[in-house]
Structure formats: C-alpha cells, structure tokens
Design a protein around this ligand. Structure first.
Ligand code: SAM
Length: 276
C-alpha cells in the first residue's frame, strides 16, 4: 500500500513531512485551504494552506506560552482578546486564570472554528465556556473599533500572508495599544529566529514605537520551522521580568512554569542581535 505524507514547505529549501494514518477533512474555505489529518508522529494535525497550525503532540507549548507569560505579568487581567486562534488552544489556556471574566476570540474564518470543534476537541474544548465569546470577523477591524477595552490582546495568527499580513504591521500595533487598558499588554507570535530574522527585527522595532516596554521571548515547538520560536510582547506598564515568580499560581501546565517565565527571556546572542 502506498504511504501518504503531509508536507509543509517551511522554506523553499526545507520541508517537514509527517506520515499520515488517516485523511479526515479537506476543504477550500473563503480564506484558505483547510486540512485535518491523523499522523503517526504528531497525532491529529490541522493545516491551513499546507502550513502546520497545530497538532495534538506539541500544541501545549505554543498555547501555554502565548497565554501565561503575559497573563502572569498582569496583576488582575479581566478582559482578554485573541485575534486569530480559531483552534481555541489559547482560549483554553486563558480561562485557566480565575481573574478572567471574559475571553473574546475574533477569528476571520468560521470554518477553522468548526473544524477544530469537530476534530480537535482537546484543543477547542473551552470555546463553549460561558466566559468565552467567539466572533467571526477580521481581527484588524475589531481591534480598530475597540478603545481602552482589553487588559491583554494576543495575536495568534497564521504566517504573514493573506488576511494575516496586516497583523504584522506598525499601524495594527498602534491600534492594539489604543484597544488596551492603561496598563494592558500584548503578545504576538513572531516566527523563527533562523528563518524570519528580518521580520522579527522589524516587528520588534514597530512594537517598540507603539509601547513603552518591548520584550522578546522563546519556546521550543518541534513542528514550527527550525523548532525555536519567538514571541514578542508590548507592554504599557508591567514588565514580565519584574514578576515575583514565587507567586505564580499552579495552572496545570506542561511547558510553562515559574522558572520558564524567567528563562524564556534569556536570548542566545544570535537572537539578541536581532533586536539590538
Ligand atoms: N498557531 C498557529 C501558527 O502559528 O501556525 C496559528 C493558529 S490559528 C489557526 C491562526 C488563525 O488566524 C487562522 O485560523 C486564520 O484564519 C486566522 N487569521 C488570519 N488572519 C486573520 C485576521 N485578519 N483576523 C482574524 N483571524 C485571522
């Protein structure tokens, strides 16, 4: 029997391929090609436009690091917005925080939310929580229309192509700052320090001009290009490095911990050079 492999061209010269045990879903949505497959190595995987978005084996790293570093930097986060993130993984982590009264997800593609609810219940399980509101709309428009509304905004976007291009632009970061409360903060996934060096440098600069404090941090995500991944935080007041980590609550996490809260900001020189 012929083997079936699902591949992402991570760069024109680098591909990651996973052997597929079952093809579960394929459709062209109004925004992108959506595919869900079962794989031998990473379990169930969601692809958009042939790019790996999430999978059962390593999703916890990305989702925990998107949510908890920022939420544990704020003294009392109550209202949190996720832009993108239709699989629901970041929302699942946000609602682990008892202070959060409302978590809003603004995802442009309803089909991503539907597929995650059908095929990835472990990841999407919190989307039906009473504290969660799901809005199907363009996150850029939603942020522009929100003023002084959210304590934290998390941009869980696809790579900077198609509808996600504007989520990596200076104008967007300025409207994020306006949508945040006076001591709010923002976190975005900002790609690979091996393969997206210019993007990381540009985004860091743009965020620095919209926020008084900017920090870059790292996590290890096997299915993303290069494995090492960056996140950039823009904060109006609170510094993640000033957090008393002994007071971080136990949130039942598998990657994030009080030690990781500190360690993730330790940048190897080749990464630190990007933001000098
Ligand atoms: N963790 C993932 C990664 O980096 O590979 C991202 C996961 S999440 C599925 C990304 C989502 O962002 C997609 O479902 C996509 O539809 C959504 N998205 C892209 N541009 C958007 C926009 N302008 N507004 C709202 N959602 C957007």
């Amino acid at each position: 029997m012929q083997e079936l492999w699902a591949s992402e061209m991570q760069t024109p010269d680098l591909r990651i391929s996973c052997r597929v045990s079952k093809m579960l879903h394929y459709e062209k949505t109004p925004y992108q090609e959506l595919m869900v497959v079962d794989t031998y190595e990473f379990g169930r995987m969601l692809f958009l436009d042939n790019i790996i978005q999430t999978n059962i084996k390593d999703e916890f790293v990305y989702h925990e690091m998107m949510a908890h570093v920022g939420l544990n930097t704020l003294p009392n986060p109550r209202r949190v917005l996720v832009v993108g993130g239709g699989d629901g993984g970041v929302i699942r982590e946000i609602i682990k925080h008892p202070s959060v009264e409302k978590a809003t997800l603004v995802e442009i593609d309803a089909k991503v939310v539907e597929a995650a609810q059908k095929y990835l219940p472990e990841i999407s399980c919190a989307l039906t929580d009473p504290r969660v509101e799901v809005i199907i709309d363009d996150g850029i428009k939603h942020v522009q229309q929100s003023k002084n509304k959210y304590d934290m905004i998390i941009v869980d976007s696809t790579d900077p192509i198609g509808p996600a291009v504007g989520l990596f632009a200076g104008e967007f970061y300025r409207s994020v700052a306006e949508a945040l409360t006076d001591d709010g903060l923002f976190v975005a996934q900002t790609e690979s320090p091996f393969f997206n060096r210019d993007l990381i440098a540009r985004v860091y600069k743009e965020i620095s001009s919209a926020f008084p404090l900017t920090r870059l941090y790292l996590a290890c995500i096997p299915t993303y290009p290069g494995g090492l991944w960056t996140f950039t935080m823009g904060s109006k007041k609170h510094d993640p490095l000033q957090v008393d980590v002994s007071r971080i609550p136990d949130l039942a996490t598998k990657y994030y911990s009080p030690g990781i809260h500190r360690a993730c900001f330790e940048l190897p020189p080749f990464v630190a050079d990007l933001i000098k």
